[in-house]
Design a protein around this ligand. Sequence first.
Ligand SMILES: Cc1cc2nc3c(=O)[nH]c(=O)nc-3n(C[C@H](O)[C@H](O)[C@H](O)COP(=O)(O)OP(=O)(O)OC[C@H]3O[C@@H](n4cnc5c(N)ncnc54)[C@H](O)[C@@H]3O)c2cc1C
Length: 412
Amino acid sequence: MTAAEIGALVVGAGPYGLATAAHLRGLGVETRLVGTPMEFWERRMPRGMCLKSEPFASSIGAPEPGLAFPDFAPGVGVGDPVPLDAFVAYGRWFAGRAAPVAEETRVERIEPAGDGYRAALATGEAVRAAAVVVAVGVGPFAHVPAELAGLAPDLLTHSADHGDLTGFAGRDVAVVGAGQSALETAVLLAELGARPTVVARRPELDWNRVPVEAGGRGPTAPLHGLGRGWRTWVYSERPAATRLLPYRTRRRIVATTLGPAGSWWLRDRFDERVRVLAGRRVAGADEVGGRAVLRLDGPDGTERLAADHVIAATGFVPDLDRLPLLDADLRARLARWDGSPRLDRDFQSSAPGLFFTGLAAAASFGPVLRFVHGTDFAARRTARGVARRVAGRPGGGAADTGTAGRLAGAGR
Ligand SMILES: Cc1cc2nc3c(=O)[nH]c(=O)nc-3n(C[C@H](O)[C@H](O)[C@H](O)COP(=O)(O)OP(=O)(O)OC[C@H]3O[C@@H](n4cnc5c(N)ncnc54)[C@H](O)[C@@H]3O)c2cc1C
């Protein structure tokens, strides 16, 4: 028997999937949300971590007031680091109040079916939907440089492979990278009794300044979701305008806005405990006697660093070809900006009814899509696009009868 078509299927229940599903529910679109709420944050970020974003910039976009992070944790202000477990609890609190009940399974496959899509769930169920929102986050796009690829998995992992670092106590760990993830992973390793060495290409590590509201001294440009400054204000608060820039400009902005730097509150814990090899580029890696040996090109030529394990804190590169979830023909047909889908103003790809949000949308809308702060804009727009797509079809809900008024907030 063929299942009846629903309006929308949202794949992934991280901040972007939750925000989108909440907005779709607000518009009355029949929606199924598949994924365990905040799974990536709980399982693939290290215990003991804090968010780099300020509390006000760690809010998941909601269709109604009262669901921002400061509503969940009143009294937490600018300069107060948000602990990982508080953010996971916030995401689940948000899910319970604003989103349809999440189905804690996975979508294994999405393929075109008639005028819509068919999705296969890990439960064996097939779901037909007029629209699909791919909100799978950063996990599928974990990037490991080719120079490290020769190491076996017991010697090399990505920073996103670890919810728990305790197994590294007493071991030498090389952490490759210079961003918050690298620096915080190294601190947590040291605090657990491991001996971390950070290997960074840049000649010196960069640290963010203490925000003014937290007692720091700084410029008077506005504080916003991506930090401080007028130019980044545009990227943070007006992603629709960023989308209109030439792609090459946008690509540069995505790559350089909020470049690798540590949080100010991490620095004291770092300086005393972590060895740093800055100005070194990893030229290659070998296994020698059960250990990893990195070949590093640096100011004094090539040197070698031996470690029991290497953690590549080398970020995430969106690439549609890393989403086997999507039917291969469908993937091949999608218009792209490099590896990312090319999206219209409502986050719809070149395949009608197939939407992407989160990191995969950064090539279209700019750097704020890499952060939780982008959920508000993204969810409003995506829900508007989905509602238009499903209007007049089964599961279209309020979208069947004209939603102009309710969609008004999506124009920003
Ligand atoms: C170490 C680290 C620290 C960060 N700190 C910050 C920060 O402080 N502030 C900030 O704004 N951003 C931060 N980020 C960026 C952060 O990842 C994004 O802002 C945010 O997680 C994006 O939300 P998302 O919903 O797109 O992705 P995710 O949170 O990754 O959620 C996607 C979800 O989809 C699920 N999923 C994937 N595939 C399927 C499938 N086939 N079926 C069902 N479910 C699926 C995953 O399990 C996951 O739970 C950080 C990232 C990392 C790696």
